[in-house]
Design a protein around this ligand. Structure first.
Ligand code: ARG
Length: 418
């Protein structure tokens, strides 16, 4: 009764319930729009934009022994290029908008070195990207013409806008990180690898049949063993697949170039290293990602724990596996591995042994070219060995022998710029 009376009373004073509802909805909408506009002006008033630039550094070569005219160490050339781009924009009309740059790649070419640089700016949201792109290009082009720091072909300068998602990814493109937790052991009597556990593992296939392993070191380059191409080094017959199964593959690519170490000659086993370029490049995901390469000067202690992965046979004479296998090994010192009852003088420079003298875990046929990796304290993974050779598989006193990546680190730079 009471309730009804109040209701009637309200109605009789003129505000119908639907009007009240409408008013509430309207005022809520006004508040929402105000908050939205405020947020827009405050937060995204400045928008981070990424631009991809390329330019050619003339008469430059990358080499380990720098010092000679025009010959640089990769690290130095990268630093010099980044400093140059910094200087150019800090001393330009875009000074207030320029944030930073990262040289993400240096590619050796016939007449010099091509540099790929990601430039980061912050702009208010007005102007169009095409206009900005032009501005950035003209500043780079003009100032590179006049620079004395490096000799640059100004007409080689190109600039393109990048989406912020790829920009961010490329600027912080990290190596040697994986999302899967490490649970290993139990290749030769190893375990099946978890999805995304070894995202740098690739399978090299000739006429679509798995032949060798390989390791992703950039979005277009792999490292593998030279002996994989003993019978056929024609890139057109090779493809590369990613993922923890051969079939179905997570992704497949065509091989564009196969570069064998020029001093690799069968039947010798020295210089068992090759780099392979595929196309189109891959986009890194949790499942496909590059490993880190150690510095040439890095060294690794005997007895350190390392891991090998591959699609190779489970026993000598067996066949390749569809599921990626993994095994935990120990680095074996040269002193131990060069004993006469182990491999004696067959262990040459640029090789090292890993596994167990009692046998058990080992690589086997089909694992060749694949990675032997080590983890640092920050859980970053480094490629330190390439599956190369061994007597039989998993035999007593016959551990696996690996190409030492640090020994060939400068060779890898000279071919890939990485
Ligand atoms: N050379 C073999 C291949 O082509 C793999 C050698 C590794 N052998 C070993 N016992 N660790 O796949």
């Amino acid at each position: 009764m009471m309730y009804r009376a109040v209701g009637l009373g309200t109605r009789s004073r003129g505000l119908k319930p639907w009007v009240t509802v409408l008013l509430v909805v309207l005022s809520l909408a006004v508040v929402a729009v105000t908050i939205g506009l405020l947020a827009h002006f405050l937060v995204s008033g400045q928008k981070t934009e990424y631009y991809h630039g390329t330019f050619k550094i003339l008469d430059a070569r990358i080499n380990s022994n720098s010092g000679q005219n025009g010959i640089y160490q990769l690290k130095d050339l990268k630093e010099m290029s980044e400093k140059l781009v910094d200087d150019i924009f800090i001393d330009s009309a875009l000074n207030k908008h320029y944030i930073k740059n990262r040289v993400v790649r240096l590619t050796p070419e016939d007449d010099g070195v091509k540099a790929d640089v990601i430039m980061v700016f912050q702009f208010p949201f007005a102007e169009q990207r095409a206009v900005r792109k032009k501005k950035i290009h003209s500043i780079l082009n003009q100032k590179m013409r006049n620079t004395r720091a490096l000799s640059i072909n100004a007409s080689s300068v190109q600039v393109n806008a990048m989406s912020s998602s790829t920009g961010k990814l490329t600027v912080q493109a990290c190596c040697g990180k994986r999302i899967a937790p490490l649970i290993v052991n139990r290749i030769m009597s190893g375990d099946i690898a978890a999805k995304a556990a070894w995202p740098w593992q690739a399978s090299l296939q000739r006429d679509n049949v798995h032949q060798c392993g390989a390791t992703l070191i950039s979005n277009t380059w792999l490292v593998t063993a030279a002996h994989c191409f003993k019978t056929n080094a024609n890139p057109r017959q090779w493809t590369v697949s990613f993922g923890t199964t051969i079939d179905p593959p997570l992704m497949k690519r065509n091989v564009k170039r196969i570069i064998l170490h020029e001093r690799y000659h069968t039947p010798a086993r020295e210089y068992d290293i090759a780099v392979v370029q595929f196309s189109p490049r891959v986009i890194f995901t949790d499942d496909i990602r590059r490993v880190c390469l150690p510095e040439a000067s890095a060294s690794f202690q005997p007895n350190s724990t390392v891991y090998i992965t591959g699609f190779g046979a489970l026993y000598y004479g067996g066949k390749s596996q569809n599921n990626l296998q993994e095994a935990r090994l120990k680095i074996i010192s040269d002193d131990v591995c060069k004993q006469p009852h182990v491999y004696g003088n067959d262990i040459k420079f640029g090789m090292f042994c890993a596994g167990y003298l009692e046998g058990t875990y080992d690589a086997c046929r089909g694992d060749s070219g694949g990675p032997l990796v080590i983890k640092d304290l920050k859980d970053t993974w480094y490629l330190i060995g390439i599956v190369s050779w061994g007597d039989n598989c998993g035999q007593k006193n016959k551990p696996g022998v690996y190409t030492m990546v640090t020994y060939y680190r400068n060779w890898i730079v000279s071919k890939t710029g990485l």
